[in-house]
Ligand binder design. Structure first.
Ligand SMILES: NC(=O)c1ccc[n+]([C@@H]2O[C@H](COP(=O)([O-])OP(=O)(O)OC[C@H]3O[C@@H](n4cnc5c(N)ncnc54)[C@H](O)[C@@H]3O)[C@@H](O)[C@H]2O)c1
Length: 317
C-alpha cells in the first residue's frame, strides 16, 4: 500500500517533534511519509531540515502550498492556536484529513463547525489529545473499568511547570485541554458544570493567566479539580489522582508510573493485571513502573500519529 503523505504545518517546538516521529515512521513502517514541512520562519525551517531533511522532502514557508498540493493526504497542524480554525477549515474544504493540535479551536462554536465539516466531507479530523496514547493512563482507565478503584468519588489533576510562555498564551487555552480530555477519557463522561479562577503574576495581564484552578462537576456526584501553573518551581508535573471507594490511584503521566493505595495498606491488585510491571509493595502502596512493551512506557507521539494513519486507512475509529 502506498504511504499516506503527510504535511506538518508549523515547525516550532512541537512541530519539530512531530516531524521526527513521522520521519521515523516513514523509515520503519512505510505506512506514512513526511512529504512536506511548513513554517513561515526560515530559521525554524533550517533547524528542522537539519534534522529530517532528505531528497524529495519539501520545506516551504507558505502553508497554502501544502493545501494546494494534491499529493498531500494529511495535514498535521502545529501552528499557533489562533490559526487552528482557519487552517483546519481550509484543509478540510480542500479534501485533506486533518490532525489538529490542541486547542482544536478558540471557541466551541468553531470546534463544532470543524467536526461537522469533516463529517460532511467524509474526512478524518483528530485532535492532538496526546494523553489518550499514554500507556500509564490507559492502564488507569483499565483499572477504572475493572472496578479496582470502586466507585469514583473525585479526581485532582496537576499540570504544572516553571516556564515563560512564548507569545500571547493563556494557560487555560494552552494546557487545560489535556487534563480535561484526560478526565473525559478516564470517566467516560463530560462535565456539566465548570468554574475557575486564575491569575497572571509574571506578566500581570488579566487575559493572560499563568495559573488557574478549574473545578468540574461530572454526573453521579463525581467532582474534579484541575490545577494549572506555569510558575511552580519544582519542574514539570503531569499528575492524575483518582480517589474512590476502594483506593486512590496516582498516575505520574510524565514518567508513566502508576501507584495504587488502599486503606488496608496493601493492595489486592492481582499481578495478572500488570504482567510486566514488576510490582512491589512499599510505603503502603503498590508501585508499578511501566518498563516493558507492552504496555509501556510508550512513545505517545508516534502512537498518536500511527493511530491517525490507521484511521485514515479506515482501520481505526
Ligand atoms: N499536544 C501537545 O502536547 C502539545 C505540546 C506543545 C504544543 N502543542 C500545540 O502545538 C501548537 C504549536 O505550539 P509550539 O509550542 O510548537 O509553538 P511554537 O511557537 O514553538 O511553534 C509554532 C510555529 O509556527 C510558525 N508559524 C507561525 N505562524 C505561521 C504561519 N502563518 N505560517 C506558517 N508557520 C507559522 C512559527 O514560526 C513557529 O515556528 C500549539 O497549538 C500548541 O498548543 C501541543
Amino acid at each position: 500500500m502506498a504511504p499516506i503523505r503527510v504535511a506538518v504545518l508549523g515547525a516550532g517546538y512541537w512541530g519539530t517533534k512531530l516531524c521526527r516521529e513521522y520521519a521515523g515512521i516513514e523509515g520503519s513502517t512505510r505506512e506514512a511519509s513526511l512529504s512536506m514541512v511548513v513554517d513561515s520562519s526560515e530559521a525554524a525551517l533550517e533547524a528542522v531540515r537539519a534534522q529530517v531533511g532528505r531528497a524529495g522532502r519539501v520545506f516551504s514557508r507558505d502553508y497554502q502550498n501544502a493545501l494546494r498540493d494534491r499529493s498531500v493526504d494529511v495535514v498535521h497542524v502545529a501552528l499557533p492556536s489562533p490559526l487552528h480554525y482557519e487552517v483546519a477549515r481550509s484543509a478540510l474544504e480542500g479534501g485533506k484529513h486533518v490532525l489538529l493540535e490542541k486547542p482544536m479551536a478558540l471557541s466551541s462554536r468553531e470546534a463544532y463547525k470543524l467536526a461537522s465539516l469533516a463529517e460532511e466531507q467524509g474526512l478524518m479530523l483528530q485532535v492532538g489529545h496526546i494523553f489518550r496514547f499514554n500507556a500509564a493512563l490507559r492502564m488507569v482507565r483499565q483499572m477504572l473499568h475493572r472496578g479496582r478503584i470502586g466507585r469514583v468519588y473525585y479526581a485532582t489533576l496537576e499540570w504544572t511547570t516553571d516556564d515563560i510562555p512564548s507569545g500571547e498564551r493563556d494557560i487555560v487555552f494552552d494546557l487545560a485541554p489535556h487534563p480535561i480530555d484526560v478526565l473525559n477519557y478516564l470517566l467516560d463522561e463530560w462535565p456539566y458544570g465548570v468554574d475557575a479562577v486564575g491569575g497572571s503574576y509574571r506578566r500581570n495581564r488579566e487575559v493572560l493567566e499563568e495559573v488557574a484552578f478549574v473545578n468540574l462537576e461530572f454526573p453521579d456526584r463525581v467532582v474534579a479539580n484541575v490545577y494549572l501553573s506555569w510558575i511552580q518551581h519544582d519542574g514539570k508535573n503531569r499528575l492524575v489522582r483518582i480517589v474512590g471507594s476502594e483506593g486512590t490511584v496516582i498516575c505520574d503521566a510524565l514518567n508513566q508510573v502508576v501507584t495504587m493505595y488502599t486503606s488496608r495498606g496493601t493492595s489486592d491488585i492481582p499481578q495478572a493485571l500488570f504482567p510486566k510491571l514488576g510490582l512491589n509493595n512499599g510505603d503502603g502502596g503498590w508501585h508499578g513502573k511501566l518498563e516493558d512493551d507492552p504496555p509501556g512506557p510508550n512513545n505517545t507521539i508516534r502512537d498518536m500519529e500511527l493511530h491517525f494513519i490507521d484511521a485514515v486507512r479506515g482501520r481505526a475509529p
